[in-house]
Design a protein around this ligand. Structure first.
Ligand code: CDP
Length: 220
């Protein structure tokens, strides 16, 4: 592959483990590009919801994924020219993304788009299968995790901070359901990649997690 020499750092892990924040900060510190692969699943889910396509129609949803009119610029995400960064963060869209992500045709439809993010001087990719499926030859693979309680608490604070009402019990149940789907699906299940460094951030700050990843990277 022409770009296989470009370094990639993969950061995979369960929902609300903080991988998105850590990945963005690591990319920033290294001057690397960032792939938020979850955003692609969310964009596909949002497209389906908006187009009135049933979420269980694997091939219709995959078609939307393959033709996603998405652009990314300076942290903003556009779908057909409309900024949808906030819209795709809605819990309903996240839950729908988790459902459609179980379909092999949907994952296949988004494969090439994800590879295209590997550009000089390097890439930090966050998701579920960055180290296992999309970039198995990544330079550094990290599996970021935290207890389900710590993750629910973080998600709760994040939502309240945005002025969105949330309830702890509902969030815990949602996280558990999402973990269950992500780990038990037959295609690209959430597991640490071979050779991945495991980082449990239950008792860590974001800064500490970022420093740990940068430290591992510097050792390679
Ligand atoms: O972490 P969170 O679930 O809040 O959101 P996300 O990382 O934006 O991903 C949304 C959904 O897409 C996840 O629940 C996963 O089921 C799915 N996903 C995936 O299957 N593979 C990826 N590489 C990234 C996300």
């Amino acid at each position: 592959m022409p770009n296989s020499h470009i370094p990639v750092i993969t950061i995979d892990g369960p929902t609300a483990s903080g991988k998105g924040t850590v990945a963005a900060r690591v990319a920033d510190r290294l001057g690397y590009h960032l792939l938020d692969s979850g955003a692609l699943y969310r964009l596909t889910a949002l497209s389906a919801i908006r187009a009135g396509v049933a979420l269980d129609d694997e091939h219709a949803v995959a078609k939307l994924g393959a033709e996603l009119p998405a652009t990314f610029s300076n942290g903003d995400i556009f779908l057909a020219g409309e900024e949808v960064g906030a819209a795709i963060r809605a819990e309903e869209v996240g839950n729908s993304a988790s459902k459609i992500a179980a379909f092999p045709a949907v994952r296949q439809a988004l494969y090439g788009l994800q590879l295209g993010f590997r550009k000089a001087p390097g890439l930090v990719a966050d998701g579920r299968d960055m180290g296992t499926v999309i970039f198995p030859n990544a330079r550094l693979k990290v599996f970021l995790t935290a207890s389900v309680e710590a993750r629910a608490e973080r998600r709760y604070k994040q939502l309240i901070g945005k002025g969105i009402s949330a309830n702890m019990e509902g969030l815990l149940a949602d996280l558990q359901a999402r973990d269950e789907r992500d780990t038990h699906r037959s295609v690209a299940p959430l597991v640490p990649a071979e050779g991945a460094y495991i980082l449990d951030t239950s008792d860590m700050t974001v800064d500490e997690a970022v420093e740990q990843v940068l430290h591992w990277n510097a050792l390679l």
